[in-house]
Design a protein around this ligand. Structure first.
Ligand code: MF3
Ligand code: CO
Length: 254
């Protein structure tokens, strides 16, 4: 694991704040009638204004059928992760996950939030609150000296006790000079297992839960990940730095 010095963690603060400000702005901006591409354009405008750089645009891991075409992942209702900017129009009651990462001054931060456009439904609000609580539990478990399995099991326990579907094929990751670094941060695990967490570790913790089963399907585009049973999904993510003096949430929103 690539550990960061206290000075480097300080250098990551501006990009963390920038990523947080984009998510806050998107949540205020999103309205029924807009397309997912409108959200992407809004984020892109903020990138340009800040002199930042997108780490999504053109990103091409082996699973994608094409390089990523936007700066933002927008995953609505049954879509959980990696939803592409498209002409899909937002509707009242939609459960919208926005996942955003960017680079500023050579450092990357990655964060995601899920919200429901009014009218709110109890099912979606419970899923959203539970997934946010799982992120909080994961962050609380991510302390110097703990093990990765403590973080994973804290996340998984919150989701499982609410009866939600969890799939560990996609999870959190190290963050730093690039978006995806070692180590992997699974959303399921056993307490006391895995590598010991060290001072200077910077990771993105990102629970995503499905209201139904543990199974997902991938769209023909190779990107969009949906619940296999069509149930709604939620996703929250923060980039956090572990230090002997405590854990810093670099992408905290105020
Ligand atoms: N930000 C996502 C994650 O949390 C990855 C997005 S992949 C991209 O790991 F291609 F859309 F960039
Ligand atoms: Co991430």
């Amino acid at each position: 694991m690539g550990l960061k010095t206290a000075g480097q963690i300080d250098q990551m603060r501006p990009v963390g704040r920038f990523v947080a400000s984009v998510l806050t702005s998107l949540q205020e901006f999103a309205q029924p009638g807009m397309t997912l591409r409108d959200l992407d354009t809004h984020a892109h405008d903020m990138i340009k204004a800040a002199g930042a750089r997108s780490v999504y645009l053109g990103y091409h891991p082996s699973f994608g059928a094409m390089p990523y075409p936007g700066v933002l992942c927008t995953s609505v209702n049954d879509a959980a992760l990696h939803g592409l900017p498209s002409d899909q129009v937002l509707a009242p009651g939609d459960v919208v996950s926005v996942d955003f990462a960017a680079e500023l001054n050579g450092w990357v931060a990655d964060s995601a939030v899920t919200f429901q456009l009014p009218p709110h439904t109890p099912e979606a609000q419970r899923l959203i609150a539970t997934t946010a609580a799982a992120l909080d539990a994961g962050i609380a478990a991510a302390t110097v000296g703990a093990r990765m399995g403590d973080v994973s099991s804290a996340i998984g326990k919150v989701g499982r006790s609410a009866g939600y579907g969890i799939n560990a094929d996609f999870g959190g990751h190290g963050v730093g000079r690039t978006m995806h670094e070692d180590p992997h941060v699974p959303n399921l695990g056993r307490p006391g297992s895995g590598q010991r967490l060290k001072n200077g570790l910077v990771i993105a913790i990102e629970p995503w839960f499905m209201a139904g089963s543990d199974d997902y399907e991938i769209d023909p585009d190779g990107w969009t990940i949906r619940s296999a049973d069509g149930s709604i999904t939620a996703h929250f993510e923060h980039t956090v730095a572990l230090t002997d003096a405590g854990t810093i949430i670099l992408t905290a929103r105020d």
